[in-house]
Design a protein around this ligand. Sequence first.
Ligand code: FES
Ligand code: FES
Length: 180
Amino acid sequence: MCDKHNNGVNCFSHVDSGLPEVMLSCTVNGENVCAHIDPTMTLLNFLRRDLKLFGTKEGCGEGECGACTIIMNSSAVNSCIILALEAMDANIITVEGLNKNGKISILQREFISNDALQCGFCTPGMLMSARALLDRNPEPDESEIIEAIAGNFCRCTGYVPIIKAITSASKIEREGMKND
Ligand code: FES
Ligand code: FES
């Protein structure tokens, strides 16, 4: 834990740089977003502070833990080490965007059914890494799942239920596609 945390200060909150604001335009969970932002703001801070999308978590702030994972232009990325400006014209999906018509997705449901979360802190990031994997590879084997979530740390589950949940979601989603 850093000195700022020990003093009760949130060390990840954005401090305005004093530089002129710039216009950011992108799509977040299917909605067009335009905002004036400080050019030094991270994408994580933009999502949480400006858009109030608190599902994306702040862990290490250094690209190491995966808690802040979102999908940007079809790839899972750590939003804490990306400037919000880098998301110009990008298509962003956060964990809030996984719901469909107010219902949780198959992937989220399988995390619950397989006990793939305990404290839940890693879960939004884990879900987004899994979603990006299933979108590019609907039938991943275990080693591909392990590789896809290698950057997402979980201190609670031991990973086995998470791998089971992703495997199960991939099967159910494929069955659904066949029946469509
Ligand atoms: Fe972004 Fe840890 S908070 S990787
Ligand atoms: Fe607690 Fe993963 S469920 S860190």
